[in-house]
Design a binder for this molecule. Structure first.
Ligand code: SF4
Length: 698
């Protein structure tokens, strides 16, 4: 009756899709998710806005094919098992490899979708229980080059600004970011500022994305030549005395070297290599240099390259020589992808080189601090850096990694070169996968552990703008699922470790003690914040209010100065030739999220974009005799796939675009597992030479 109809539960929580960090109320009834509604009071970033995913895409939680029971494989078939049996099998599988080949023959993958608390516990499990630093996560496949580039120049591998800057700056340089599709709520704020306040918008991208339509200047970049045009801007600015000498003098080192390095990036050179006409270079350089404030925004188009870290050095140098950093409305703003890749994927230390809070594992003081806290003998704490996820897959191919434990990551599709990932997963002696669905990766597992989804979990996520925000359980765990941290704790117990967290807030207390930038982030404080909530790290202690923007007075380096690094690489690792004359770039579409584990189960989303496609320019289509809707054979030096042609002016002639979400027809059937970016070990997803042909019909 009416009473039942009214019995709807309301829980304020943080969106589990992208890292913009929108919050809203989730409405549930009898354990089913009904939808969401705005909650202005508790949503410091988005207020009353959400995008299509945040608004509608939560029914996957109640999907019929959720994993509800642990699975173990027998004679190549899965059968249901009790938690006891499944956990014992995981312990046995991991332990036998460790006994025979050592702890470093195991690789662990944490999940940037999971909470900070889940990830913290997972890194502790790797180090304390397994005894290895071979732990990593999907940050490696997205913004790792941002982290390596920014941490060695300005200090923190994170956005220096908050949402206010994105709403109020005078100028945006957006590059390699399809903002309207990948970070829709931020895109709306930017468009609003451009419209209402005449903020300048400069978009540099290989594709004529929607953001280009709102831009004062759209410049089409040759894929792989970002360093070239950014260095070109720097050269123009220095040559024309538009740089901020006072800022450079007082707050930076390395200017002379940068000035010398950019010498060769003349307007003619930039046009030849990166395809940017001199007048566009000039207009962008003058706009940035003359603006009172400027925000530099990027996503994966700038970083997923064989010299991604250099691209970040370059854009950081541009921000530094113009003095556009360390102010409320100026700074660097990488838009992070997964909901919690900033926190769970980075800050919490499921990383082969860092403990939580970016404290290097190679520093004996840090090892002592964590070993003491974990009640370990100091000598037991693994002291050498572990494998990055990309290197883990290469090491597995060589037989140096024998077993893996993958939490909430669909590596088969997200790793570069699906063919390579398939071989590696297939060859492992032991694989455990923990997820909410039987993903394409989980199919390879010996044991599958069913985890709770975001809407059944408690904890925190950290947004792109460093806001740590609460995630709250809106419905009870479905079936026999358990929260990630709890599963990890039960494994640790089976290995003989006495872990006794009873709630994620207790895990956060341990994080407070060991992670200075999260020193004062407690669940109690977050709960009490209300309007304007969310604490932006660093939050050094209980009384610290958080940090809306970084580097006001000092950079986070040993001497407090920003260290500019020259970046002079020009060419990507592949160049088109007769056999592979076209260049493929990849990216996301609005209605899908990463490998589609969740969004493919949303009827609404799927009806918009259920299949992969390949964008192809009309001129290229004409040259190859392609009509709209044709199935194309696409072949790279690394793999092949088929996808449906969509003729559009978005890519330039000579380039094609394929989304990354799909197993069939998706971009990663064509990408390569090497070479990797030196410092970050990230793959070059964004430049792949291909040839195309209309597929012969059966
Ligand atoms: Fe969720 Fe991102 Fe959409 Fe906001 S913009 S509702 S965080 S997917």
């Amino acid at each position: 009756g009416d009473y039942q109809l009214n019995k709807i539960d309301v829980t304020d929580t943080t969106c589990e899709y992208c890292a913009v960090g929108c919050r809203f109320d989730v409405l549930t009834k009898d354990g089913k998710v009904l939808g969401t509604r705005p909650n202005h009071e508790k949503s410091p970033i988005n207020g009353i806005s959400t995008c299509v995913k945040g608004k509608f895409a939560h029914s996957y939680v109640n999907s019929d094919d959720r994993l509800t029971q642990p699975l173990v494989k027998e004679a190549d078939e899965f059968r249901e098992a009790t938690w006891d049996e499944a956990l014992d099998r995981v312990v046995e599988g991991l332990d036998s490899i460790r006994e025979e080949h050592g702890a470093d023959a195991l690789g662990l993958v944490a999940s940037s979708k999971a909470t900070n608390e889940d990830n913290y516990v997972m890194q502790r499990f790797a180090r304390e229980v397994i005894g290895t630093n071979n732990i990593d996560n999907c940050n490696r496949l997205c913004h790792a080059a941002t982290v390596s580039g920014l941490s060695s120049t300005v200090g923190f591998g994170a956005a220096s600004i908050g949402v206010e800057a994105l709403e109020e700056t005078d100028c945006y340089l957006i590059t390699g970011s399809n903002t309207t599709e990948a970070h829709p709520v931020i895109a709306t704020k930017i468009k609003q500022n451009v419209k209402d306040n005449d903020a300048e918008l400069l978009v540099f991208d290989p594709r004529k994305i929607q953001m280009a339509e709102y831009a004062d200047q759209f410049s089409r970049v040759e894929p792989g030549y970002d360093n070239t045009w950014i260095n070109g801007l720097i050269r123009y600015i220095i040559d024309n005395d538009l740089h901020d000498e006072e800022f450079i003098e007082e707050r930076t080192t390395g200017f002379e070297q940068v000035a010398e390095t950019v010498e060769k990036f003349t307007p003619e050179f930039v046009e030849e290599k990166a395809g940017i006409p001199p007048e566009e270079l000039k207009h962008a350089a003058e706009t940035i240099a003359n603006a009172d404030s400027c925000v530099f925004c990027w996503t994966l188009g700038l970083v997923e390259h064989s010299h991604g870290t250099e691209n970040i050095y370059a854009i950081a140098n541009l921000a530094l020589i113009t003095g556009h950093i360390g102010e409320p409305k100026s700074g660097v703003s990488p838009f992070r992808g997964q909901n919690n890749v900033q926190g769970g994927g980075g800050d919490m230390g499921p990383l082969p080189n860092n403990f939580p809070g970016y404290q290097p594992v190679t520093d004996p003081e840090n090892r002592k601090k964590f070993a003491d806290a974990y009640d370990m003998d100091r000598g037991e704490m693994p002291d050498k850096e572990g494998f990055r996820i990309t290197d883990m897959f290469l090491a597995a191919e060589q037989g140096d990694i024998k077993g893996m434990f993958i939490q909430g990551e669909n590596s088969l599709i997200s790793e570069p070169n699906i063919g390579h990932a398939r071989e590696v997963l297939d060859e492992l002696d032991f694989l455990a996968v923990q997820d909410i669905f039987l993903t394409d990766t989980a199919e390879f597992a010996d044991v599958v552990l069913p985890a709770t989804s975001s809407l059944e979990s408690n904890g925190t996520y950290t947004s792109s703008t460093r806001h740590v925000q609460l995630v709250k359980r809106a419905i009870d765990p479905i079936g026999n699922t358990k929260p990630d941290w709890k599963i990890t704790q039960e494994l640790a117990k089976r290995f003989g470790y006495d872990w006794n967290f009873s709630h994620p807030s207790e895990i956060m207390e341990e994080i407070n003690d060991l992670t200075p930038i999260y020193g004062g982030v407690t669940h109690e404080r977050l709960e009490a914040l209300g309007d304007g909530g969310g604490l932006q790290w660093p939050v050094w202690d209980e009384d610290h209010p958080g940090t809306p923007y970084l580097y006001e007075e000092q950079f986070q380096t040993t001497d407090g100065l920003a260290h500019m690094h020259p970046a002079d690489t020009v060419e990507p690792s592949e160049t088109p030739d007769e056999a592979y004359p076209l260049v493929m770039t990849s990216g996301r579409v609005l209605y899908q999220y990463h490998t589609g584990t969740m969004t493919f189960r949303e009827e609404g989303d799927m009806s918009y974009s259920s299949k992969s496609f390949v964008e192809i320019h009309p001129d290229t289509a004409k040259e190859y005799g392609v009509s709209n809707g044709d199935t194309l054979d696409i072949t790279s030096r690394h793999g092949e796939t088929q996808s449906m042609a969509e003729i559009t002016h978005r890519p330039s002639p000579g380039e094609i675009f394929i989304p990354m979400h799909y197993l069939d027809g998706g971009a990663n059937n064509l990408t390569k597992e090497t070479p990797l970016d030196g410092p970050s070990r990230s793959p070059e997803y964004k430049v792949t030479d291909v040839r195309i042909a209309v597929a012969e019909s059966d």
